[in-house]
Design a binder for this molecule. Structure first.
Ligand code: NDP
Length: 301
């Protein structure tokens, strides 16, 4: 078997086109323009690059977009005061604090300070609670698992996963746990695996849907994959690539792509897979927030 490739580039472009079209309609009908504020503290180059790409995508979607760049030594109280101001700003529908924040700032406090109804990252306890209790219409869902679900639904051609076994490898708060909640809400029978799981290969072989969110390069091998399974690889790992010359590196996922693609029914590549969906889903969540304020039904993806 050679798997169908679930292409992140096409899927993300499609989501963004839907967001843009719905934004144009929202503005024309209600005068509400979706607004997003991204806050970054410090100079970490990778974080700066993520923030730039979020700002660019927001502008392409027709949003009002603000980026607040704060110095690395910003006191926690100043960051909380900025969040408070943005919480009360009616032109802002989504607030995102780029993580990680410097060590002197309490990340948990910052996450909980964002108004749950503007928490487009979906990390606030209120949104975690909404997701776990199945109130998906009201929850903001973390963008990476939300994007993974869009890819999965499109690959399987259905949103009701009744009767399917799903295994999620990884139990982080930003990927593994919300992914498991989303799969459960879609009626899959879900097992969450982690570093203490016994016989991980055997468990993975039982999965009709296998999601890898581990952070271990190419850990999932072909003989862990059930023939015909849908494999979603969330992992992003930089590894040495001697073929690119001295000091060369490349990005690989948590799944050994070439060999697993021979067994799976469908599979996301890395790069070019889930990673591209994260920013697209952030735009979708911001639009959904603005739609709520305007009393308009947001699009589905
Ligand atoms: P974390 O490090 O927070 O979590 C990793 C999880 O994998 C943990 O639950 C850990 O188990 C589990 N794990 C580690 N080693 C093993 C093992 N040998 N066997 C079974 N389980 C194991 O990572 P994240 O969830 O934040 O990220 C996971 C991957 O996804 C990373 O590669 C990251 O770069 C990528 N990522 C990609 C995003 C995107 O936009 N596409 C966004 C976010 C993350 P335990 O809890 O027991 O320690």
């Amino acid at each position: 078997m050679t798997a169908t490739v679930i292409d992140g580039k096409t899927t993300a472009a499609d989501v963004l086109a839907t967001v843009k079209a719905a934004t144009d309609k929202l503005v024309a009908r209600t005068g509400v323009t979706p607004g997003i504020a991204v806050i970054i503290v410090g100079e970490d180059p990778a974080s700066q690059a993520y923030v730039r790409s979020k700002g660019r995508r927001a502008e392409e979607c027709g949003f009002k977009s603000e980026t607040h760049r704060l110095p690395a030594d910003t006191p926690e109280a100043d960051l909380l005061a900025l969040i408070d101001r943005l919480n009360r700003d009616d032109s802002i529908h989504g607030i995102l604090v780029q993580l990680p924040v410097p060590d002197h700032i309490d990340e948990g406090k910052v996450i909980q300070a964002v108004d749950p109804d503007k928490d487009v990252d979906g990390f606030n306890f209120v949104n975690v609670g909404r997701l776990v209790t199945g109130q998906l219409g009201e929850a903001f869902v973390p963008c990476t698992p939300a994007g993974s679900m869009v890819m999965l639904r499109r690959a399987l051609g259905k949103s009701d996963l009744s009767g399917l076994n799903a295994v999620v490898v990884g139990r982080s708060n930003i990927v593994g746990k919300p992914m498991a909640s989303l799969l459960l809400a879609a009626n899959a029978t879900v097992t969450t695996a982690h570093s203490r799981t016994r016989d991980l290969p055997g468990l993975c072989r039982s999965a009709d849907i296998l999601v890898a969110a581990v952070g271990r390069p190419e850990m999932i091998r072909a003989d862990w994959v059930k023939p015909g399974a849908c494999v979603i690889d969330v992992g992003i790992n930089r590894v040495p690539a001697p073929e690119k010359g001295e000091g060369g590196t490349k990005i690989v996922g948590d799944v050994a792509y070439d060999e697993c693609a021979e067994v799976a029914g469908s599979i996301t590549p890395v790069p070019g897979g889930v990673g591209l969906m994260t920013v697209a889903m952030l735009m979708a969540s911001t639009l959904a927030s603005a739609c709520r304020v305007a009393g308009v039904e947001p699009p589905t993806y």
